[in-house]
Design a protein around this ligand. Structure first.
Ligand SMILES: C[S@@+](CC[C@H](N)C(=O)[O-])C[C@H]1O[C@@H](n2cnc3c(N)ncnc32)[C@H](O)[C@@H]1O
Length: 230
C-alpha cells in the first residue's frame, strides 16, 4: 500500500476506534494474569500510568509497587489504588529501585521482585538499560512480562500490522458495540512513538535475556516473557 493509502486507512481506523473504543494495553491484562510466577511476594509495574494493572495485580501479590515518571500519572494511580492496602505508587526510577535507594537517600521498596511488568513502556526507555535494571530487580525464579510496541520494518511486521488493522474494528465492536458519542478520546497518559523494530529488539532480548519468548500479537503489540533461572 502507498504511503497515502496507509495514511487514509490509518485515519479511517482511528475514526472507527473513536466510535468503538477499547484499550489495546488493558486488553493484555488477562494474558499477564495467566502468566504470573509461582512465588508472589512483590510485583513491580514500571510505567504504571493510571494504575489499572497495579489494581489488577493487587489480589495476586503480597505487595505491588507502581512507578511512573509522570507526576500526574502517579497521582491518578495513587487515587485509583487508594483502597488497595498492598499497592504503593512511588516516584523512583528503575535505576534507583535497582540500587535500593531513592535519589534523596530514602530507603526504596524491596529490591527483589517476583514479577516485573511493562505495558507500552519499554519504547519510552533505553531498552538495553531498562533490561539490565530489570535483571537486577528480579528475584530468582522471578518473571518479566512486557507488552510492547515496535514500528513495522519488515514484510512480516507489515503483515502483522495489516492483521491488527483488520481485527481491530471487530474487537472494538465486540468490546464497545454502541457507538461512542464522546468524540476522539485524549490519551490519558504520555505516549511516545516506538523506534526500535521488532527484529532489532528481539536480537537485544535474546542477548540480554537468554531463553526469553518474544511474540508478535494482534493489537499492534508484541509480548516478551522471561523467567530468571532458579
Ligand atoms: C503509554 S503509557 C502506558 C501506561 C500503562 N502502562 C498502561 O498500560 O496504561 C507509558 C507510561 O510510561 C511512563 N514512563 C515514560 N518514561 C518512563 C520512565 N523512564 N520511567 C517510568 N515510567 C515512564 C509514562 O509516564 C506513561 O505513563
Amino acid at each position: 500500500m502507498s504511503v497515502t493509502g496507509r495514511r487514509v486507512a490509518g485515519r479511517a481506523l482511528r475514526a472507527f476506534n473513536d466510535r468503538h473504543p477499547w484499550s489495546h494495553n488493558d486488553h493484555f491484562h488477562p494474558w499477564i494474569v495467566s502468566r504470573l510466577p509461582r512465588r508472589r511476594r512483590a510485583a513491580l509495574d514500571v510505567g504504571c500510568g493510571q494504575g489499572g494493572l497495579a489494581a489488577v495485580l493487587s489480589p495476586h501479590f503480597d505487595e505491588v509497587v507502581g512507578v511512573d515518571a509522570d507526576p500526574q500519572m502517579r497521582r491518578d494511580a495513587a487515587r485509583r489504588c487508594a483502597d488497595l492496602a498492598n499497592v504503593t505508587i512511588v516516584d523512583l526510577s528503575l535505576e534507583h529501585l535497582g540500587t535500593g535507594r531513592a535519589p534523596d537517600g530514602r530507603p526504596a521498596p524491596p529490591r527483589a521482585f517476583d514479577l516485573v511488568t511493562m505495558v507500552a513502556v519499554l519504547h519510552h526507555l533505553d531498552a538495553a538499560d531498562a533490561l539490565t535494571q530489570v535483571r537486577r530487580l528480579l528475584a530468582p525464579g522471578g518473571r518479566l512480562l512486557v507488552v510492547g510496541l515496535a514500528p513495522p520494518a519488515t514484510v512480516r511486521d507489515h503483515a502483522w500490522d495489516l492483521a491488527s488493522a483488520v481485527t481491530n474494528p471487530v474487537i472494538g465492536l465486540i468490546r464497545h458495540p454502541r457507538p461512542s458519542t464522546a468524540g476522539p478520546p485524549v490519551d490519558p497518559f504520555p505516549v511516545a512513538e516506538p523506534t526500535m523494530p521488532f527484529d532489532e529488539l528481539r536480537a537485544l532480548v535474546e542477548t540480554m535475556l537468554p531463553g526469553a519468548r518474544m511474540r508478535r500479537r494482534l493489537g499492534f503489540r508484541h509480548t516478551i516473557e522471561w523467567q530468571v533461572p532458579g
